[in-house]
Ligand binder design. Structure first.
Ligand code: SF4
Length: 165
């Protein structure tokens, strides 16, 4: 998705072998079916496809093709893995979006920076930033002009009334 690409993090070992290492990152944020198919074809021949997919699922990468899957497929795969992990009695990593919404739900608003929110939640700043943007885009989180994040529009309106009174 050109224009809203998530910067890919610093290389780790598996990235050194990535088939996309010499390709334009834009290829992996395709805007149509033909481009999506081209990105998937590169992933299909990539020697680190599985590590890439695991990374994208673990970090809930919100956009782009990772490990040959788009965001909808990764979300499905994420749910499938959680289901089987639960069945096997394994600990399940909490969903960052749920952590953020729960936190905002408890406090009503976040009057601070993304960095401070990330520190308070014990999450990476990039992860929080990505998920806050995604929640905002999906209409599940409200951001006003002061950059204050609220759990929902109802709370946001009540809060706005309070501060302007
Ligand atoms: S699987 Fe695709 S996106 Fe992932 S490293 Fe390989 S080529 Fe890049």
């Amino acid at each position: 998705m050109a224009g809203s690409e998530t910067p890919r993090p610093e290389p780790t070992d598996w990235r050194l072998e990535a088939a996309c290492r010499t390709k334009s990152p834009e290829l992996f944020y395709p805007t149509n079916r033909r481009k999506t198919a081209a990105a998937r074809a590169i992933c299909a021949a990539c020697p680190v496809r599985q590590a890439c997919l695991d990374h994208a699922i673990a970090n809930r990468e919100p956009e782009g093709i990772w490990g040959g899957m788009d965001e909808v497929e990764r979300e499905r795969e994420h749910r499938r893995r959680r289901y089987w992990a639960r069945r096997a009695g394994q600990p399940v990593r909490p969903n960052p979006e749920k952590i953020i919404l729960d936190h905002l739900g408890t406090f009503g608003a976040w009057n601070g920076t993304i960095t401070a929110l990330a520190a308070e939640l014990g999450l990476a700043r990039d992860t929080v930033s990505k998920h806050v943007n995604r929640l905002h885009r999906d209409g599940r989180l409200y951001i006003d002009r002061h950059g204050i994040y609220l759990a929902d529009l109802h709370r946001a309106r009540a809060w706005a009334k309070e501060v302007s009174a």
